[in-house]
Design a binder for this molecule. Structure first.
Ligand SMILES: Cc1cc2nc3c(=O)[nH]c(=O)nc-3n(C[C@H](O)[C@H](O)[C@H](O)COP(=O)(O)OP(=O)(O)OC[C@H]3O[C@@H](n4cnc5c(N)ncnc54)[C@H](O)[C@@H]3O)c2cc1C
Length: 596
């Protein structure tokens, strides 16, 4: 019913030409990802996403997950087999370390594969996504024994991972957490409490589930500083490491929700469940942050992925649906009406989604490349700069790509008119599925506060200054190139807006923190627009260079037109965002609560 074709050509352009990832062959794993290997992996991933996962997207949505009386949860028909195929295909361990059974390839490559899988079936892809996040946290903060016990089994998809933060009284404010951990004589802990909204908390895909759980050790300090991280397997492990008797964790219920029906969202009751500490006591948030950063980038990719699949379907519909005539006269004279793709307003919608998707994809690749450098370079300075970039861009990728990804799914639905509101066409599922990405992994309002309150001022603004300098240097270097002017001049203007906004915050938010809170979402979007404009300028430069070298590909010409649309019609939004930021918090905060 719906269509999906993985954007392999676009990803190849980014990896090979724009970011030239072969330049990073000095980093571990990069030389193994030679152009041929990359092409083969992308082709296989595309096939798996298009032929195995996409056909299960609608049926998974319709069927959803079921909790049985004995607490078991079954996933939709076909998910178990698809999960086995994903695990056997090595997709979970694509960029995992070889010593734990992974293939050690760059995250830059695995994130592009993730996009394909999420577009094809977001609910399904979450089971693997959370497993990868849990592995990342264990690899950084786990003991050697925790790593060797859990990670290889997760890398091969025998076991899955989950992330347990949320409780009924505690979502954003994790300092309110009540789940408690009691130390035992053998060094283990017994965990008791209730976690809610746990994605993949119970399922029938794997023989064991590795729950990473935040809890408060008896006597720990109040608030967020008294929270520790534990690993709690669903089934306790026998002496030989195989899953044995049930641990004290059970699924009390599953949520009936707006979208991602194929992913089980569970209430998990921990009743003296046996777990081991990950990292140090009361340093749980530090350990969990590794998983959350990983997951936040992944959630940003969800926004892009839903925007992409919604776009592809809207284009297919707009080519077929016949309504009205083109303003310039009939185009399809043999038909009773023209396809709606002739109408400028339909094109405005499609071009807006497309221009966002292509730049957002570039931003994901760029940020993933920094993640690889931050984790794999042996040069401490290079690692620090890459880590700065990751810290700064993570809330932007998460917040902006999911806000706009959802808006784009709605815009794609609009192309269908009333048929988009009817379940049969399938486009309304993209809207429902995309919506959650704005909420979990830290609601987008919190991402904006993280950017403005933490990431901007961190280390005296080092990350922000590096970003500004990089964009300004590109603009300076290419400012004299007439062909690039349509990209570079608006990029410079938008950078100025961002710098003005940053200055305004420095002058007005320190003494009045409400000014920072009131500005934060607009600032995040302003930042995101500049980052996307920078991606467009780099893509345009690469496309022009390739055309000048004699490459005559319609793909490159389309790229340039799409980029021009972005700078002409989408980038001017930076002026609006700046004006809102500079309006300050006074009016927003004036009314008493009872006046609302
Ligand atoms: C389908 C689904 C899957 C999920 N999966 C998981 C999972 O696997 N593991 C897990 O642990 N959790 C999971 N969650 C929980 C999710 O991460 C939380 O719902 C989210 O973090 C928000 O918490 P909350 O719902 O309690 O909202 P609240 O914290 O109550 O926030 C409500 C609103 O207030 C805003 N707000 C709160 N505090 C502030 C502040 N200081 N300043 C400004 N605005 C503020 C928020 O942005 C939000 O808009 C899932 C949720 C859903 C719906």
């Amino acid at each position: 019913m719906t269509v999906y074709k993985a954007p392999v050509e676009d990803v190849t352009f980014l990896l090979d030409d724009v970011f030239q990832i072969d330049r990073y062959n000095n980093l571990p794993g990069f030389s193994d990802a030679s152009p041929d290997v990359r092409a083969a992996i992308l082709e296989e991933a595309a096939k798996f996403a298009e032929k195995v996962l996409h056909p299960l997207n609608h049926s998974g949505d319709q069927e959803g997950c079921t909790r049985h009386d004995d607490g078991r949860v079954t996933t939709p028909a076909g998910f178990k087999d698809a999960f086995r195929q994903m695990a056997d295909g090595g997709w979970l361990g694509l960029s995992g370390p070889a010593e734990f059974g992974g293939q050690g390839l760059p995250v830059t490559l695995s994130q592009t594969v993730n996009e394909f899988m999420i577009s094809a079936n977001m609910a399904f892809s979450m089971y693997g996504g959370l497993t990868m996040g849990a592995m990342a946290a264990l690899l950084v903060h786990g003991s050697d024994q925790q790593k060797t016990t859990f990670v290889p089994n997760m890398m091969t998809g025998k076991w899955a991972g989950t992330m347990n933060l949320t409780e009924p009284q505690c979502g954003t404010d994790l300092g309110l957490m009540r789940t408690k951990a009691v130390k035992q004589a053998d060094g283990n802990y017994k965990i008791s409490g209730t976690k809610i909204f746990i994605s993949g908390g119970e399922q029938d895909l794997t023989e064991n589930i590795v729950h990473l759980v935040l809890a408060r050790i008896e006597g720990a300090p109040a608030g967020i500083k008294g929270v520790s991280l534990f690993v709690v397997p669903k089934r306790k492990l026998n002496a030989d490491g195989s899953p044995g008797e049930a641990n004290g964790v059970s699924c009390g219920s599953i949520e009936h929700k707006m979208g991602i029906h194929g992913n089980s969202t569970c209430v998990l009751n921990f009743d003296n469940a046996v777990g081991t500490l990950v990292g140090e006591e009361n340093k749980g948030m530090q350990a969990m942050f590794v998983m959350m950063n990983e997951a936040r980038l992944g959630v940003g990719v969800q926004g892009l992925a839903q925007s992409e699949v919604a776009y592809q379907n809207a284009v297919a519909y707009a080519r077929e649906r016949l309504q009205g005539r083109a303003l310039t006269g009939a185009q399809a004279k043999d038909k009773p009406a023209d396809p709606i793709i002739v109408h400028p307003d339909i094109r405005r919608t499609l071009m807006s989604i497309r221009a966002f998707n292509e730049a957002a994809r570039a931003l994901v690749v760029w940020t993933s490349l920094k993640s690889d450098v931050a984790h794999r370079s042996d040069d401490a300075k290079e690692r620090q700069a890459a880590d700065d970039h990751m810290g700064l861009l993570t809330p932007v990728v998460k917040g902006m790509l999911t806000d706009v990804g959802f808006a784009n799914a709605v815009a794609a639905q609009q192309v269908y008119g009333g048929h988009g509101y009817i379940q049969e066409t399938g486009v309304e599922q993209f809207v429902r599925d995309a919506r959650i990405a704005m909420i979990y992994e830290g609601a987008n309002g919190i991402q904006a506060l993280d950017l403005v309150g933490r990431k901007l001022p961190k280390d005296g603004g080092r990350a922000m200054t590096a970003f500004f300098n990089e964009v300004a240097a590109f603009a300076k270097e290419n400012g004299g190139n007439d062909d690039l002017k349509p990209f570079v001049a608006p990029l410079s203007a938008s950078l100025q807006h961002l710098q003005q906004a940053t200055m305004w915050l420095m002058q007005n938010a320190l003494a009045k923190p409400d000014n920072a809170g009131a500005a934060s979402t607009d600032y995040l979007h302003l930042f995101g627009l500049v980052a996307l404009a920078y991606m467009w300028a780099r893509m345009a430069k690469t496309a022009q260079d390739k055309l000048a070298q004699g490459a005559d590909q319609p793909y490159l010409k389309t790229k340039l037109v799409t980029g021009k649309f972005f700078v002409e019609r989408m980038l001017p939004e930076t002026a609006l965002r700046l004006a809102r930021i500079q309006a300050g918090a006074a009016t927003m905060m004036e009314l008493p609560a009872e006046a609302f």
